[in-house]
Design a protein around this ligand. Structure first.
Ligand code: MG
Ligand code: ZN
Length: 218
């Protein structure tokens, strides 16, 4: 085994160990945690906003917001009166489990039912880093094109649901959502797919209901 591969294996093993610790803490406190991944601009923050508006009367929601820098998304979510913790990765292109571990220590977990983690906008390596979450969801915008499942299969494999956003733009694009769905399910036959428009709110109710059912299994 090359030195480089050894180092990478060690990084993943260390990450997984802390992810397991996070999962135990979250379970102990009955917090259902959702890791949301996807490219920049695919609608991660918008999905959290829309879903929060739908569920916040029934569930106590908090958000861990991951960004390379700045707090624009955290400020957006703060307006919804949910607790938001900002993580700035300072250049790193994904969140890891030790960043989540320190973010968890600043939340009052006992009072939280649903915790969203918005990962750094990136379709590649966030899929490789477990955080201790119960559920992994990816957003993909129709504007990203039909080829993403074939080009970035790992993300589609690791997620339980795909939220296909910006469906309202379909009439203006030469992108066929059916092809994206077909290719995505070829890679991951169990993948749940929710076509939505976060700007119009279409499909959010269906997604929220599905999520609520998942949470009830905790
Ligand atoms: Mg965002
Ligand atoms: Zn990365």
């Amino acid at each position: 085994m090359s030195e480089k591969i050894k180092v990478i294996k060690k990084i993943f093993a260390a990450n997984e160990k802390i992810a397991e610790e996070n999962a135990a803490v979250l379970e102990e406190n009955q917090v259902f945690t959702v890791n949301i991944m996807g490219s920049p601009g695919s609608g991660k923050t918008s999905l959290i906003e829309n879903t929060t508006l739908n569920l916040k009367d029934k569930l106590k929601i908090a958000v861990i917001e991951g960004d390379i820098q700045g707090s624009l998304d955290a400020e957006r979510l703060n307006r919804l009166n949910v607790e938001v913790v900002q993580i700035n990765t300072g250049g790193a292109c994904h969140l890891n489990s030790s960043m989540i571990q320190s973010a968890l220590s600043s939340l009052n977990l006992k009072t939280i039912d649903l915790l969203f983690i918005e990962n750094v906008g990136n379709l590649v390596c966030p899929a490789e880093f477990l955080l201790g979450e119960r559920l992994r969801i990816m957003t993909l915008s129709l504007t990203e094109g039909e080829d993403k499942p074939q080009k970035y299969p790992l993300m589609f494999t690791k997620c339980e649901a795909l939220v296909l956003n910006k469906m309202d733009l379909a009439p203006f694009l030469s992108v066929n959502p059916e092809i994206i769905k077909k290719e995505a399910q070829k890679i991951n036959p169990k993948l749940e797919i929710f076509p939505v428009s976060c700007t119009r709110g279409d499909g959010i109710k269906e997604f929220s209901e599905w999520l609520k059912k998942k949470i009830s299994t905790l």
